[in-house]
Design a protein around this ligand. Sequence first.
Ligand code: NAD
Length: 264
Amino acid sequence: MLGLQGKVAFVFGVASEDSIAWAICKYLSDSGVKLYLGYQKRFMSRIFQLKEKLPSIEGFYPLDVASDATTKEFFDAFSKENPGMKADILIHAIGFAPRACFDRPILFVEDSDINTAMTISANSLQRCLKFALPHLNPNSSTITLTYAASTRYVPSYGIMSMAKAALECWTRELACHLGPEGHRINAISSGPIRTIAASGIPGFDNILNHVADNAPLRRNVNQDDVAGTTLWLASPLASGVTGQVIHVDAGYSITMVPESIMKE
Ligand code: NAD
C-alpha cells in the first residue's frame, strides 16, 4: 500500500536509540526501504551498535554538515561503494546550537554562535540537497524536522527559533525550486520529545509537562508519532504534498489559552 518496497533512503540525524531519526529508520525498514546513514563521527560507536539491530542499514558514512567538504564526504563514500545507485528519500533530522546560545540573553549571543546554529540547523538542508541531488531519483521525497518556535515564542528556545524559521523557509524555497522535477520537500513540526538534542534546551521538562496538560490529545508525542507521518510523506500516498509544515504535536499548536488556567 505504501509503495516503498525496494526504495532507498539517506537518513541523517541518528545519534542514539532516542533519536527521532532512529524511529524513522525502523519505520522505513519495516516498509522495505534500504537505508544509508550519515553520522557524526562523535556518535560512531553508537551507530555501529545500532546497525546490528537493523539489517536494512546497508551503509553508513561520516557526515558533518558544517562545511561543503565534510558534507560531500558522505556522498563520495556512498557513490564509491554503490556506483550508480540513487535514493528516493532523504531524511534531514539535524539540529545543533552551541551551548553559549542558551547561556546568555538572546541580545548578547555572539555572531559566531548564531552562525553555527543557522548553518547546522537551517542552511544544512540546502547543503545536503545540493550534494544529494545527483544521487536522487526524480520524484524523491525529503523530510526535515522543525519546531513550532519558528512562528511563536517559546521561552529558552532562543536562537533555535530563528534557525527553525529559516529551515521552514528553506523548505518552501527548495520545494518550489525542485518541484518541477517532481522532488518534494516537507517539514514535520514535532512536539517536544526527550532526545540528546532536546536535553540542551533549558526547562525542557517543564515544556513537556505543560504540553501533556494542555494539548488537545492530553499527551506528548513520541518518536513513533513522528515516524508514522514521515513514512506517509516519504510515500507516494503524499505525492501531492510539498513545501508544507505538518504539525505532529498532539494538536498543541492550535491552542492559544492554556486549559490549565481554568483550574486556577
Ligand atoms: P538527536 O540529538 O537525536 O538528533 C540530532 C542529530 O543532529 C544528531 O544525530 C546529530 O549527530 C545531528 N547533528 C548535529 N550537528 C551535526 C552536524 N554538524 N553534522 C551532521 N549531523 C549533525 O535529537 P532529535 O530530537 O532526534 O533531533 C532531530 C531533529 O528534530 C532536530 O532538527 C531537532 O531540532 C528536531 N526536533 C526535535 C524535537 C524534540 O523535542 N526532540 C522537537 C522538534 C524538532
